[in-house]
Design a protein around this ligand. Sequence first.
Ligand code: LUZ
Ligand code: MOS
Length: 699
Amino acid sequence: MPGIVKIFSYKDIPGENQVGGIIPDEPFLADHEVHYQGQPVLLIVAENEDAAEEAIREIKIEIEPLPVITDPREAFKQGKLLSPSRKFVKGNVEVAFSKCKYIFEGSTESGGQEQLYLETQGAYAYPTEHDSVKIFSSTQGPTQVQRTAAMVLGVGMNKVEVDVPRLGGGFGGKEDQASAWGTMAAMAAWILKRPAKCIPHRMEDMRMTGKRNPYSSDYKIGLDENHNIIAYEATFYQNGGAAADLSPAILERTLFHATNSYNIPHVKVVAHSCKTNLPPNTAFRGFGGPQGMFVIEAAIDHAARSLNIAPDLIQRKNMMDNGDEFPYGQIVSESQAKSCWDEATDIYNLESVKKEVDWFNKQNQFYKKGWALMPVCFGISFTNTMMNQARALVHVYSDGTVGVSTGAVEMGQGVNSKMLQVAATCFGISPGKIKLESTNTTRVSNTSPSAASSTADLNGKALLNACNQIKERLVNFIKTELTDNEDKTVEIKDEVVYINDEASIFNWKNLVQQAFMKRINLSAKGHYATPYINFDKTIEKGHPFAYHVYGTALTITTVDCLRGTYKIDAVKVVHDFGSSMNRAVDLGQCEGGIVQGVGWMTMEEVVYNADGKLLSNALSTYKIPDIYSVPKEIEIKFLNTDGNDMAIFRSKAVGEPPLMYGIGAFFAIRNAVLAFNPTATIPYSAPITPEKVLMALYK
Ligand code: LUZ
Ligand code: MOS
């Protein structure tokens, strides 16, 4: 056909037909079997998009149908697992349950979630010298794209350069799944020796890429007569999709967060990563943590409802303290769980909120309010210890301007602002003198993806290390070459050099110039590897996290009991930012996380049909919070603490933890429905869409 340059199938792949990140179980192009609707089969390269689209319409692929599994429990029954199951054990639940006064059992469902980055996946690439290729990719993981493209092309990683200027959002969706798109562009460019671009339309992106893993779970919770939680058992069935992707790591984080902010003496949690015929599910802000926390919150709510007490009594009573032990062996230290909770219930006046809601519900027949408290404890570090490392490259140019490269990818989360602050603060110069370069695998190699809320910590510390090396050389240069006394203190503030606390004749610019004339090295490569952390998978114990982030959210909602619709009146939070280095950025992350979490729990519904075809494949059928449905009020109070030394400038990681405040919306809405219809049976099945609310109101 006119305009068609080349059609690649799996037979044309020069290297390995493989894009699996953790486990090599995912073909780049389908080979004999197609495992899900939306799996790439052929790569069509055309002079323009229209020609390629026309070719798609002309190609008929005959596929013999095989049985389709979309339900993780069904997959588990048939023994279809993506990776070995995992189990975390603390104490002895069997013995403990036999001594519990109250035991409650049930199951929960939490749905998928489309990342819906504003910019879809995509990449362009062109061939470069020495049989190499350069890829510009919309990825959170430049090294992942590099490694995948090199493997598929059958070349060394040194022949693939990946450059990332910035992304229009990632949210986890581009942690691993950008690799295939980058590799498509790279393969076309490298083989055909022409520039190539590969960008799916929104609907294709939604249909072909994985989402947050849906979970189906069972819980059993045991309490004593004083409402202390003595034992907790849960089994998680993760819907992994057709290939492992990041699901095994997500599964692990579910177990790490299975008890959220609570100290429970006897715990047994088991997780299965189930293989279904859906697009491989993947990272999404929270990375399995939210899925785990939803289940324990449901179990506590179940217990409280059955005991006819308010859930917050059980929540507060069982909150962790310093010295307690997480089920994975790490000892709780610098816990802000109770301080966030107590401050939230105090400044947001929980007692009067309870009274106001009761009063409102008495006054109104067809509108009912509900409230819920949601504590969050989130571990900071990649759970895979090896990944907690980063590098940075800093050049001070002879005119005093600075170029900074790190492994951090800017995707709207503000990490470049933080990197700029690190370099400017260390050198004592204006941010205007510093340029943040693109994220590039040739300048900064072997990067972990920008993920796990750890990007600013890891890359910020690596950058600080690099800047300090240069600064130390400059300070030594002043002490030894420009003044006559080595014992003097030297500081640079506002680009002025202070010697023994007095402004000297030197400023940043002439200092740099003179250092250059004396052949001082004005470049440095920084490296950082998080100290202390470890985890032993053979016993499932260790100290995997650098530190934890804490907080508590109070959510208030109003349900329209004729329509089943609802409004989130307010989400009021006390959050542990440590000592925030950038309150605007951190506040933005917190607000965005809350809205995204509320969306996951309420209106965002990923629907596949029995054949595994995505039905919610556009913004008309997949609803995310818009300006009308976001909480009417979001209030965020910064907990007053010093922060943790493992965080960059003691400013705690902020990317993921706030998302889990959204879980409060589920319970607040559920409580409002129960205020209207106290006998309603409302399964712990998220999202709690208006349809589900309407059914429950009149059941
Ligand atoms: N990615 C990953 C993550 O590979 N490991 C993690 O622990 C993680 N956590 C959150 C988000 N992405
Ligand atoms: Mo993420 S879920 O930290 O890419």
